[in-house]
Ligand binder design. Structure first.
Ligand code: SAM
Length: 264
């Protein structure tokens, strides 16, 4: 299970701060504290700093990412949950009854599901799934035993008993158009799996498949929430409208993100 995020130790080593800053780490002091906290020996501290200075992303190095006030376990090769996705969690929690069945589809490390469950309460039945074995291993650490995590391609991973029972279906599937991946920051484009980012030519390939299956898994009156970009929002919404769901688009300036909410 996840643990609440807590403030790291004060007083980072100035020499480490200087090395991180020289390597381009904007929040060098915070990173120095977090790396020091993660290291269990001076040798490990040196290894972690050297890896960070060489450009490896912070979160897989220290083993966790902060998301909705929780420490979410992440590992190399697993998508690091983004703060903008906290908006999707807020929207989902607003729709989740205390005994809701919640599905985190394309769960990655399971951050969305873990955060919804921590906010919506112990009565929620939480299920998550992803196709990447490394992501599934992290999600199991973050979600079990409070929820169940399955491995496989979209809805194929799920137990048949879930069909028609999902009250809140939360999805952050890959939605970056293939050609736009080259424009992403190196920490994403070089260190996160293409499968976690690449949404195909128009970015909507996985969303199309999510939309096609949604009606079969949602409970009557259940809602699907899917993160998308501002530019793609109308197209994402149309995918779910075509499946007979009623759709609205929620945007947040604070989180700089867009979520399409489709209701059965
Ligand atoms: C953008 S990442 C988001 C992960 C997580 N939802 C989050 O917000 O932190 C997309 C995730 O979708 C998963 N994925 C991609 N294609 C999939 C598929 N066909 N079936 C299940 N999961 C898939 C990837 O492995 C990756 O973990």
């Amino acid at each position: 299970m996840t643990t609440p995020a807590r403030a790291p130790d004060p007083a980072p080593d100035p020499a480490i701060v200087a090395r991180l800053r020289a390597a381009g780490c904007v929040f060098a002091e915070d990173e120095a504290r977090l790396i020091a906290e993660a290291a269990s020996s001076p040798q490990e501290l040196e290894d972690l700093v050297a890896k960070r200075v060489s450009g490896l992303p912070l979160e897989p190095l220290i083993g966790w990412a902060e998301f909705c006030g929780l420490r979410i376990r992440v590992a190399p090769g697993v998508f690091v949950p983004r703060h903008r996705t906290e908006f999707l969690v807020e929207q989902a929690v607003a729709l989740a009854a205390p005994d809701a069945v919640v599905l985190d589809l394309c769960c990655g490390a399971g951050a969305i599901g873990a955060a919804i469950a921590s906010r919506a309460g112990a009565g929620v039945e939480l299920v998550a799934c992803d196709v990447e074995p490394a992501a599934v291993r992290c999600a199991r650490e973050n979600i079990e035993p409070a929820g169940s995590v399955y491995e496989g391609d979209l809805y194929d991973a799920l137990p048949a008993s879930l069909r028609g029972r999902v009250d809140v279906l939360a999805v952050n599937a890959p939605y970056v158009p293939t050609d736009a991946i080259a424009l992403m920051p190196p920490e994403a484009r070089l260190h996160e799996p293409a499968l976690a980012l690449d949404g195909g030519g128009d970015g909507l390939d996985v969303q199309r498949r999510v939309a096609a299956g949604a009606g079969e898994w949602l409970a009557p009156g259940g809602s699907l929430l899917i993160e998308t970009s501002g530019e793609q929002a109308t197209q994402t919404a149309a995918l779910f409208q075509r499946e007979g769901l009623s759709v609205r688009i929620a945007t947040s300036d604070e989180y700089d993100t867009t979520v399409v909410i489709a209701t059965a």
